[in-house]
Design a protein around this ligand. Sequence first.
Ligand SMILES: [Cu+2]
Length: 97
Amino acid sequence: MRQLTGTRKSPGEKIVKDIKRATRKHYSFPHGIHLHGHHFFEVGDDDALGDLRDTTLVEAGARRDIICVFDNPGKWLLHCHMLSHAVGGMRTWVTVA
Ligand SMILES: [Cu+2]
C-alpha cells in the first residue's frame, strides 16, 4: 500500500510505514488487509485498476498499491484479517475528516 489518496500526507505515510513494518514481522503468511468505511481499487503492476474491494490480499513482505477516495468521515480501522496478525500489530486507524 504505497499511497492512500484522500488523507493528509503525514498520516498516510504513517499508515504505509505501519503496514510495511508489520508485514516484515510475519513473513510466511499472506495478509488479507481490510479497510473499514471505504472501498478501493487495487492497482496492478501495469497500472490497470482491479475490482472495487474493501480487502486486498498482500503476500508477506510485498506491497499493494491502491486508489481510494476517502469520502466517508470518521475513524476507520485498517487491519489484517488474521486475528493473530491484527493483535500482533497489523492494525492502524485511518482518520477521515
Ligand atoms: Cu496478516
